[in-house]
Design a protein around this ligand. Structure first.
Ligand SMILES: Nc1ccn([C@@H]2O[C@H](COP(=O)(O)OP(=O)(O)OP(=O)(O)O)[C@@H](O)[C@H]2O)c(=O)n1
Ligand SMILES: C[C@](O)(CO)[C@H](O)COP(=O)(O)O
Length: 244
């Protein structure tokens, strides 16, 4: 049987960490339930993933005391499985991996994508999978740093100009095989390192994730000002699709 190049040899699953409370957003509701153009951030993000044809299932990891989710009809899509989040993002991702551990093969690919990144493009999802489907480790979408980068001490005095050669913004999705990701995250959690993304756990476990350049509009909605920017990007992307 000839296999189309587009379909990775191993199946592809997704985990969407959506159990945060959005402290930095300072809103009355967790930021994933804030609306842009009449739809919640969560609906925008999940629709992008549901529109991506290669995903088997999407595990959406919700806060243990999230009582907003029943309002989101999209969460009842048959391709979506719900899981319970944990204290930190990596706990939530681990809980999502535990669900996939029952369904997927060890060598299947897992894409972890923040619910707070609603502007993810189909072309970037496709580019990530095509770039990594034969990679021995996996990797992540990123954006090369454009500005000069400074490190300061706690009162804002510059202590260092960081060399920006080969310096990237780490984005999501981050894409790794199920078993190595479970093992890598487990090792990093055991060591108590600061795990802010899946790649840092994989690096701790001795792997070299690959950076895949994506579009800069794949922003993480973190602070109030990001909502207007995300709305602008979504509008721009809609126009792009219309002109295709
Ligand atoms: N215990 C947690 C914390 C975060 N997340 C998710 O991880 C993603 C990235 O985290 P972040 O942008 O920091 O979201 P919040 O933790 O909600 O924001 P804040 O740090 O401002 O509270 C978000 O989609 C968030 O829902 C999660 O699933 N479980
Ligand atoms: C995973 C991530 O989006 C990559 O940039 C980022 O690390 C999430 O960090 P947060 O503090 O949980 O928002």
């Amino acid at each position: 049987m000839t296999r189309s190049r587009e379909i990775p040899r191993d199946r592809l699953w997704a985990i969407v960490p959506a159990a945060g409370v959005g402290r930095r957003m300072n809103a009355d509701v967790p930021k994933q339930y804030l609306e842009i153009q009449g739809k919640t951030l969560m609906e925008h993000t999940l629709q992008r993933l549901l529109d991506f044809p290669l995903l088997e299932k999407i595990v959406v990891v919700l806060g243990a005391d999230d009582d907003y989710y029943p309002e989101v009809a999209l969460l009842r899509d048959p391709r979506i499985i719900l899981a319970k989040g944990g204290k930190e993002r990596y706990h939530s991702v681990m809980n999502g991996l535990a669900v996939l551990d029952e369904l997927a093969e060890d060598s299947d690919w897992v894409l972890v994508h923040d619910v707070a990144r609603p502007c993810i493009r189909q072309s970037d999802l496709d580019w990530l999978v095509k770039s990594l489907e034969t990679d021995p480790v996996g990797g992540l979408l990123g954006m090369p740093v454009r500005d000069t980068m400074k490190r300061s001490d706690n009162d804002g005095a510059v202590s260092q100009t960081v060399d920006r050669d080969n310096l990237w913004h780490a984005l999501t999705p981050q894409m790794f095989r199920l078993k190595p990701l479970i093992d890598g995250l487990g090792k990093a959690m055991e060591a108590g390192i600061n795990i802010t993304d899946e790649a840092s756990a994989m690096e701790f476990a001795g792997h070299k994730p690959r950076m895949v350049e994506g579009h800069g509009d794949n922003i993480k909605v973190t602070r109030a000002s990001d909502l207007a920017l995300a709305s602008l990007y979504l509008q721009q992307q809609a126009k792009l699709i219309e002109t295709v």
